[in-house]
Design a protein around this ligand. Structure first.
Ligand SMILES: [Zn+2]
Length: 661
């Protein structure tokens, strides 16, 4: 869509990085394989069991050490640290979400969408001008430095890089890339068992009727850019009026568990339990404007007695991404699509939300996650075959996403443990699949090529949830307006800000209600603020879970004291490091106050890493000596520059951690 950029659903609160020029290329090759969530303890265990021959071969040729992650050890934070060589005090990404101090509303931390300036027309019609996604991470990427010095770079699916930074090389965006609706991923589920349409986190359930063995419904795309989405009256209109959509039909076989699906020019037959290939759909806003193209996969879960059809989050079509910049140069995504066919472009395509929401079973999730891996594997083969010069970075999400969802199947001590003879080995199978990937890479790694396998963080069980905001109430840091109704309101709406000193937001963040910064701040900067932080730190470390006498918090980071860079006072005042088995509750990050402080986690999302960063280091393996005893993500950034003889830039806080052979 050229004249009007599609306005996506995220809220924006920040600004953007920079780009650079290039000179003559250099021949030396550096190959970095980034595996989100690869855990050094599990890796060592599976290697010891003889399950990972290629990892073992690489480790025997070179070195393997745990890689210190960021605090908090969350993917957007950790990858931003690797990308820039700075900690959150430098790159400004502290969590998946942060808050706008003026409104106290949460917003996405690493990328956002600038709203278009709307010219209002009669009724609810508008003409949108400008707007679009913005990368909110600060600081320069290591590949900008490389390109500036003539090193050609190819960066595939780097997390926390959407929209991808224009550096002169080739790059494809990773974590942070939305689906066509502008969300991290919204699946659709059509069912006649449901009486009404309903929202789930990460999904939408649509009630449908089966009449004469036919189902008619709609697929919903982005918000209609020509509809006023802001005024309350226009926002209240039904979804088909506000969102671009297309109709589709399903014809059920009267006897067999089979259905034919007709959507635009496509017509395909699925058996019950079968997935479609990628189906392209085109949403049209106005007749004279270009359409918005998307890709979806259909899964016919059940034909009878209840009709159940799942459709994946609709992906930005890499063949025709329109105004959504997912690659640099912009044309590269189209070229890749010609080589690889259609593929997932959404940030983390494994549909963890559909499993958490009970729409997909554990095995169905596994099957879908395997599609993601197989597709990424094909892309990997293509990149390996075509790697001729400079730096190549390639990213896999499957260890992280499967470890989150399958932990409870392998851990009989987990409160959500469930026995499944396939899924009990799910995480181990994913490690073995990555072992094949390492083996494939080793085929092209010669003596002149530096090969690094790294991860952003490791993994731990998530057994117990901490409602940190509820703890703050108990300790008197938060005062509720109506204590008798604790737990009944969303988004801090029961908080008496005139008597509240500190509040929790996001997975690890704790903010002081600071005068002059927060909308209703009461704590004075200076001595009062410092004393409050000291008291909070002491109290957090003394917190006890009375159910088992454990201490749920093992580390507290004071951002201004412990982080580096100009943005050290821009994020949470304290970062809370949970101990082994603990994590922020599901309700805490967005300001809910359940009555119980400690709750078992029996959810499918059963492994995690957003705890004390010392407990969940990532992995560093290289076919070079690792010269530091305890290398960190930001050291690896410096080491990559050093491979090409580049000096460490002033803003980077690490040191070279790789030696010569
Ligand atoms: Zn993760």
């Amino acid at each position: 869509m050229k004249a009007a950029r599609i306005a996506l659903g995220w809220i924006l609160c920040g600004v953007l990085g920079v780009a650079a020029a290039s000179a003559a290329p250099k021949a030396k090759k550096v190959f970095v394989l980034g595996i989100d969530g690869l855990d050094p303890k599990l890796l060592q265990m599976y290697m010891d069991e003889g399950l990972l021959p290629n990892f073992k071969r690489l480790v025997d040729q070179g070195h393997f050490k745990p890689l210190q992650t960021s605090m908090p050890p969350l993917s957007p934070v950790a990858w931003s640290t690797f990308i820039t060589g700075m900690d959150p005090g430098g790159h400004g990404v502290y969590d998946f979400i942060h808050r706008d101090p003026a409104t106290l509303m949460p917003c996405r931390a690493e990328s956002g969408v600038k709203s278009p300036r709307n010219v209002h027309l009669p009724g609810c019609a508008v003409l949108p001008l400008g707007g679009g996604p913005e990368n909110l991470r600060q600081g320069r990427t290591f590949w900008e430095h490389l390109e500036e010095h003539g090193v050609p770079t190819t960066i595939f699916r780097m997390a926390a890089n959407f929209p991808p930074v224009e550096a002169g090389g080739k790059s494809f965006s990773g974590m942070g890339t939305p689906d066509i609706r502008g969300t991290p991923g919204t699946f659709s589920f059509f069912s006649d068992a449901e009486l009404a349409d309903r929202d789930l986190p990460g999904g939408q359930i649509y009630a449908v009727r089966v009449e004469d063995n036919r189902v008619k419904s709609r697929l919903y795309g982005p918000l209609d850019p020509f509809h006023d989405q802001e005024s309350p009256e226009c926002r209240a209109r039904p979804e088909p009026e506000r969102r671009l959509n297309i109709e589709f039909e399903v014809f059920l076989d009267p006897e067999e568990p089979v259905a034919k699906i007709v959507v635009q020019d496509d017509e395909f037959v699925l058996r019950q339990g079968e997935w479609s290939d990628w189906i392209r759909v085109d949403f049209k806003a106005l007749p004279l404007f270009a359409s918005v193209s998307a890709l979806g996969r259909f899964y016919l879960k059940q034909v009878r007695p209840e009709f159940e059809l799942y459709v994946s989050p609709l992906q930005i079509n890499p063949e025709d991404p329109g105004a959504m910049q997912i690659s640099t140069p912009g044309s590269w995504s189209h070229e890749l699509c010609e080589e690889l066919g259609y593929f997932y472009t959404q940030e983390l395509p494994e549909d963890t939300k559909a499993l958490s929401g009970g729409v997909l079973t554990g095995r169905e999730f596994w099957q879908q996650a395997q599609f993601v891996f197989e597709e990424r594997h094909r892309a990997f083969d293509y990149f390996v075959d075509n790697f001729e010069e400079g730096l190549l970075f390639f990213y896999f999400s499957s260890v992280d996403q499967n470890s989150h969802m399958l932990w409870r199947y392998m851990d009989p001590h987990h409160p959500g443990f469930e026995y499944d003879e396939l899924l009990i080995d799910g995480i181990q199978i994913v490690y073995r699949e990555l072992d094949e990937i390492v083996g494939r890479a080793l085929e092209v790694v010669d003596d002149e090529t530096t090969f690094v396998v790294m991860s952003d963080h490791g993994f731990a069980p998530f057994n117990w949830q901490v409602n940190l905001n509820s703890w703050l109430v108990e300790k008197g840091y938060v005062v509720l307006r109506d204590p008798s109704r604790q737990g009944q309101y969303p988004l801090y709406s029961n908080v008496d800000w005139s008597r509240t000193k500190a509040y929790a937001l996001g997975l690890n963040g704790l903010y002081v209600n600071l005068r002059g910064r927060e909308r209703n701040g009461i704590v004075n900067p200076g001595e009062e603020y410092d004393r409050l932080l000291e008291q909070l730190e002491r109290d957090l470390l003394e917190m006890v879970d009375p159910r088992n006498e454990r201490r749920p918090v093992s580390l507290v980071i004071n951002s201004r004291r412990d982080l580096h860079g100009p943005l050290a006072d821009d994020g949470p005042d304290l970062l809370v490091g949970y101990s082994w088995g603990y994590r922020s509750s599901w309700k805490n990050p967005l300001g809910e106050f359940p009555k119980q402080i400690f709750v078992d986690n029996d959810q499918p999302w059963s492994g995690d890493h957003s705890m004390d960063y010392r407990l969940v280091p990532g992995v560093l393996i290289a076919n070079r000596p690792i010269t530091l005893d305890a290398p960190a993500l930001y050291d690896l950034t410096v080491a990559i520059l050093d491979e090409y003889g580049l000096e460490k830039p002033d803003e980077m806080i690490g040191q070279d951690c790789l030696g010569d052979r």
